[in-house]
Design a protein around this ligand. Structure first.
Ligand code: IVH
Length: 753
């Protein structure tokens, strides 16, 4: 028996060591994280049961570390512990039983249950209420000093308590929490990447980690990270008796705590709540990989103590794995409405996190190449939250030799037009706007909810209408009439009547909605809103785009002599030529507000000396282009790439003809006149803080209806801060820089009742 156990321990150790090496040194993942966890736990259990067989070099003795060479190291005031894992209810029952043996017989065990956030652990120290230091977990004893970066995260208070009437800060307080991307912030980040033609980030957790470990904190500041604080490491004094009280205290101090925590009277209550949590998982704003369960009473937790690097009083309940390996049997190719080509992996069906997955995203061909995913490979597939399952990478160690490369097709699989890859882009595109697949996707999007919202026009109806040639583009929808529809199979009178009624209704959608429906790359409802705030009609946008195009063409002509020379090895020259070739993205944003355009242009052109006359001509062409681009480029929130997309869309012949037909059919293409009930607040800027008598959105609408503006932060440009009940630090700021603070009543008085 003893011999067998010894062998099993050695076997597990060897296997774990092997996978550690593959993963960390060779960058190869052969088994999934969940499978690794399983082996790890088996070994841990054996070692706990038979400590005599535990080896000094056991993989369980290794403490994780995220230390990197770029940051100063700081020693944590107390070890930053980790948690042992439970995978099912039986594990939890065992855990409690073991704990009971260490506690008085009559001990009442209450638990705090809260989501286990899938981010990066952070330790933040405050002295006299002021944030002094923030460090990563590191190896539990030392961490990387990331103070400057953490300070850029808005949900981390730089001074506590945030609210003065919530008590005073202890002289010293060290707290622990997790830094992560909210799901929507991560999606947005990827949309931005995409708009700039850059590859998408794959996992939120790694991206959060990368963002936090930037050498330049300005880079961190650009990422919308969020911090949640869930524990006190040191310094809260003896007043607090339990985890639950600690959470309340942290919240009072103004930390972002997980509001979803629950105090459970016993383990049975915990077990009852767990399935709900698993169901709610996808609806939470952040990714979680399980639940953390902590003995509520600090006394009990102290008594239970620590084993290895894990406190006995807390445990992580891991949700079933959402990763699995399976075989990639084929690749299907999709073409979207913009023409973008996306490869999808066909898989041998595999059960992941409660769902059978038989296909998964491969993102794009560039990603496929860089991960070296091959047809026939065993691949690791991840399913997380509500995103489409995707392939993480191949199991290189499982290759048998017959696997073959996955390459982009040369022509569109739907219309056989040659695919193109725009310079600098990771994606391939079908450039044919009449491609049947593109038209199908364009129409599906056009009629969808949030876009034109045409009821009764599902994919099958669209396909049928395209099939018989009744529609070729989105505008044709508005010219449909009853007769030919009735002739179609499955189109009874009532159905046709309803469809035509909803098409009629769609003609009156707001300008913003119509603009969103066009499916312009990067123009979702937010950007459409920005555009309609600044342009009152579709014609205005068409005119602006065509002016930009004309000015671009004339700039290109003027710049021609500089571009015509021999290709150059000189970096400065090739960089300059690149800029001159892409003036809309490379020059206009830079010189938008330049008052000394001539001088700056002369400096820019140094690598290619030119005559004064020529410089003047180029300056003239550029200033025309800037003037043409200004109405679009000066809109806050529109980046240069987006402006370029918009110009390209509106100057395209096909798109122009679709718009002309829509206009002819009577589709709304103008913004509603903004109804101002008064202009008392014209030119004034307000900041709202604290609770008002009605939701703050209503106060904002009131201010705007009277010509005023509402912004989020107090500056010298703020006219008034309107303070409701329990206002925040904005009032302090206002007083400091002498911005008047008024009440809701006083605001109403300004408007005149
Ligand atoms: S409590 C002494 N609560 O999960 C243990 N940890 O696998 C204190 N984590 O290292 C940890 N969400 O980084 C706690 N609500 C939560 C958590 C949480 C995520 C992380 C933490 C820890 C790891 C353990």
């Amino acid at each position: 028996m003893s011999q067998e156990i010894q062998e099993r321990v050695a076997e597990l150790s060897a296997e774990l060591h092997h996978h550690n090496y593959l993963y960390h040194v060779r960058n190869e993942q052969v088994i999934t994280d969940a499978e690794y966890d399983r082996l790890f736990r088996d070994l841990q259990e054996l070692e706990a049961q038979y400590p005599e067989h535990a080896q000094a070099d056991s993989p369980t003795q290794r403490v994780g570390s995220d230390l990197s060479g770029d940051f100063a190291k700081v020693r944590h005031p107390a070890p930053i512990l980790s948690l042992s894992n439970a995978f099912d209810e039986a594990d939890l029952v065992n855990w409690e039983e073991r704990n009971r043996r260490l506690l008085p017989a009559d001990a009442q065990l209450q638990y705090v249950l809260q989501p286990k956030l899938d981010g990066l652990a952070i330790v933040i120290s405050y002295e006299d209420g002021v944030l002094r230091r923030a460090a990563t977990r590191g190896n539990g004893e030392f961490g990387d000093d990331v103070t400057a970066n953490v300070k850029t995260i808005r949900s981390v208070p730089l001074r506590i308590p945030v609210d003065h009437d919530r008590g005073a800060a202890p002289e010293r307080l060290v707290v622990r929490g997790e830094i992560l991307f909210h799901k929507d912030a991560f999606l947005e980040l990827n949309r931005e990447q995409e708009a700039q033609g850059l590859p998408a980030y794959v996992t939120a957790r790694n991206t959060a980690s990368g963002s936090l470990k930037q050498k330049d904190s300005r880079e961190t500041a650009k990422r919308k990270l969020t911090a949640y604080i869930y524990a006190i490491v040191d310094g809260a004094g003896d007043d607090l008796q339990s985890e639950w009280e600690a959470l309340q205290f942290l919240s009072d101090m103004g930390f972002n705590v997980i509001t979803e925590a629950a105090l459970c009277v016993d383990l049975a209550e915990v077990a009852r709540r767990l399935p709900d949590w698993e169901k709610r998982r996808d609806d939470l704003p952040f990714e979680i990989d399980g639940m953390v369960l902590k003995v509520d009473s600090f006394d009990q937790a102290r008594e239970l103590g620590v084993v290895g690097k894990d406190p006995r009083g807390a445990i992580a309940y891991k949700f079933p794995a959402e990763e699995a390996t399976t075989k990639l049997v084929g690749v299907t190719i999709g073409v979207g409405r913009t023409g973008k080509v996306t490869p999808t992996a066909q898989l041998e069906p595999v059960f992941i996190g409660g769902v059978t997955v038989s296909n998964a995203s491969l993102h794009n061909y560039e990603q496929v190449a860089s991960l070296d995913i091959r047809q026939g490979d065993r691949v690791i597939v991840k399913r997380s939250g509500d995103v489409i399952p995707y392939v993480i990478g191949p199991v290189v160690g499982a290759r048998a030799g017959g696997e073959s490369a996955i390459l982009p097709p040369e022509t569109c699989p739907f219309c056989e037009t040659a695919l193109i890859q725009p310079a600098g882009a990771v994606d391939w595109f079908c450039p044919n706007p009449k491609c049947s697949e593109r038209v199908m996707r364009t129409l599906e999007f056009f009629v969808s909810r949030g876009a034109m919202d045409i009821e009764g026009m599902g994919p099958q109806t669209i396909a049928a209408l395209i099939e018989v040639g009744l529609i070729e583009d989105e505008a044709d929808i508005f010219f449909l009439n009853a007769e030919p529809l009735l002739a179609l199979e499955g189109f009874a009178e009532k159905k046709v009547e309803n469809l035509l009624a909803s098409i009629e209704a769609a003609k009156t959608r707001s300008f913003e909605q119509v603009l969103t429906s066009l499916g312009i790359d990067g123009v979702g409802s937010t950007v459409a809103g920005l555009l309609t705030d600044n342009f009152s009609s579709m014609q205005g946008l068409l005119d602006a785009a065509s002016k930009i195009q004309l000015a671009s063409e004339s700039f290109a002509q003027t710049a021609e002599p500089l571009l015509a020379g021999e290709p150059s090895d000189d970096d400065a020259i090739s960089k300059l030529r690149f800029r001159l070739r892409h003036p809309l993205t490379e020059l206009v944003p830079r010189y938008l507000d330049a008052t000394d355009l001539g001088d700056r242009l002369a400096r820019l052109l140094k690598p290619l000396p030119s005559s004064a006359d020529y410089l003047a001509a180029l300056e003239d062409a550029l200033s025309h282009l800037i003037a043409a681009a200004r109405p679009l480029q000066s809109i806050e929130g529109l980046g240069p790439v987006l402006v370029e997309n918009i110009v390209a869309w509106f100057t395209d012949d096909h798109n122009q003809s679709v718009l002309a037909k829509m206009l002819e059919a009577g589709v709304n293409m103008r913004a509603e006149e903004k109804v101002l009930s008064g202009s008392e607040l014209a030119g004034q800027t307000f900041v709202l803080t604290g609770a008002m008598s009605v939701p703050r959105g209503e106060i904002k609408a009131l201010v705007e209806a009277n010509g005023g503006k509402v912004t989020g932060s107090v500056s010298k440009k703020t006219s008034y801060v309107v303070a409701g009940d329990a206002p925040g630090s904005k009032v302090d700021k206002a007083l400091k820089i002498k911005v008047p603070v008024i009440s809701e009543e006083e605001l109403r008085a300004l408007i005149g009742g």
